[in-house]
Design a protein around this ligand. Structure first.
Ligand code: NAD
Ligand code: ZN
Length: 360
């Protein structure tokens, strides 16, 4: 047995209002006057001076606002890296990502590609990154993906949707300020929150589970139950707890894997552009057979929060698109192996997958 030896985020700060400490935290990391900090910020905050007015820009520091209409692409990372290189006198001191999973993943990828040659898509995979990334800071503004703590950055490339999974991917610093999540729209809160719930279920039900993953998975699972099923939490308690659930969910899959919902959601995303959180929910709703208790609770949560999921999204797909969807999902071998065990190919077939998609 060869056990994984993986890196963790070395510095983290948690607390309501901790965002105010950003400037003092990064100041010692400034290399010199010509090496700016570049902020990648979700453009939902463009008009929100409540957040951006607390960032103090010095010398050539700059903010790049980014739309999260679509999930991050390798070409988008290439373009951002080029834009940054053309605008700076020297290699930047650091990259600071402020937003949800999309922005956190972009910040990780840009910080890697500023120190590694070639095109981003050539690093999609496991341990392909050669040089350490630039100093990078992650500041989540919505809770659930675990991208703030994970060793990967999920990107859609020309041929595949796959992460840059490397020891250099995790953030050097994370700021967990639950107050930043206060304006998240209700549906999005649910979809991204359920990403965390599904991480915990898939990790806890998986064949890769060990005591390390289980301890984090149990924590994420129970925190999600509190946040989404109980009526006793105040709004601020719920924000605090969901932020920690996301962290634990991410830690849980670091040593295990996700499962069927993620494998199938990747297919939806690749062909239809369905976003990660809602895609997982659409799939998970149909997975009683694999995760009976998790899906039962999910349905109660959905009902309790009046969430309507789109129906019949695969019904009008061409044969070709359906084939692509199935093959993208089928290729997620570690996810299937975690979910169904070593002989997973005997337990599910591409034909069954197709039938399942057609129900969604
Ligand atoms: P997101 O980053 O795409 O954001 C979802 C929506 O919420 C956007 O419209 C955004 O503008 C809005 N939003 C975010 N914060 C807000 C706030 N405070 N107030 C108002 N609106 C706000 O969504 P997400 O679900 O956090 O991330 C999904 C992405 O994360 C996908 O690209 C997925 O592949 C990736 N992901 C990565 C990992 C990883 O380990 N790296 C794990 C899971 C998912
Ligand atoms: Zn996920």
């Amino acid at each position: 047995m060869n056990y994984k030896n993986f890196p963790m985020v070395p510095r983290v700060i948690f607390g309501r209002g901790s965002f105010n400490q950003l400037n003092e935290i990064i100041a010692p990391m400034r290399l010199n006057m010509n090496a700016p900090f570049i902020y990648l910020i979700d453009d939902v905050f463009k008009s929100d001076s409540w957040l951006t007015s607390r960032i103090s820009l010095s010398y050539d520091d700059r903010i790049i606002y980014i739309s999260t209409e679509e999930e991050p692409k390798t070409i988008q990372v290439d373009n951002l890296v080029e834009e940054i290189i053309l605008s700076v006198k020297e290699r930047p001191s650091g990259i600071i990502g402020i937003g949800g999973g999309s922005i956190l993943d972009l910040a990780k990828a840009v910080s890697i590609m500023l120190t590694n040659e070639g095109e981003t898509h050539s690093y999609q995979g496991w341990d392909l990154v050669k040089n350490p990334a630039l100093y990078h800071v992650g500041i989540p503004t919505i809770s659930g993906t675990g991208a703030e703590v994970s060793r990967t950055t999920v990107l859609t490339g020309p041929k595949k949707k796959l992460g840059i999974n490397s020891d250099y991917t995790p953030f050097d610093q994370v700021i967990l300020d639950p107050e930043l999540t206060k304006n998240v729209p209700k549906d999005q809160w649910f979809f991204t929150g359920m990403d965390c719930f599904i991480h915990s279920v898939e990790s806890l039900q998986g064949s890769y589970l060990n005591a390390f993953s289980k301890s984090y998975g149990d924590m994420a699972y129970n925190l999600c139950k509190e946040v989404f099923l109980e009526n006793t939490l105040s709004i601020t308690e719920a924000q605090d707890k969901l932020m920690m659930a996301s962290w634990h969910g991410g830690m849980s899959i670091a040593y295990s894997q996700v499962g069927v919902a993620h494998a199938m959601s990747y297919g939806l995303s690749y062909v239809l552009g369905t976003k990660h959180g809602i895609g997982n929910c659409i799939v998970f709703d149909f997975l009683e057979e694999f995760y009976p208790e998790g899906v039962r609770l999910f349905k109660i949560m959905k009902e309790k929060h009046n969430i309507e999921l789109p129906q019949g999204i695969c019904a009008h797909l061409s044969e070709e698109d359906l084939d692509t969807m199935v093959s993208i999902s089928w290729a997620m071998e570690p996810l299937w192996e975690n979910a169904l065990g070593n002989n997973w190919k005997k337990k599910i077939s591409p034909k069954q997958l197709r039938t399942m998609y057609l129900k969604m």
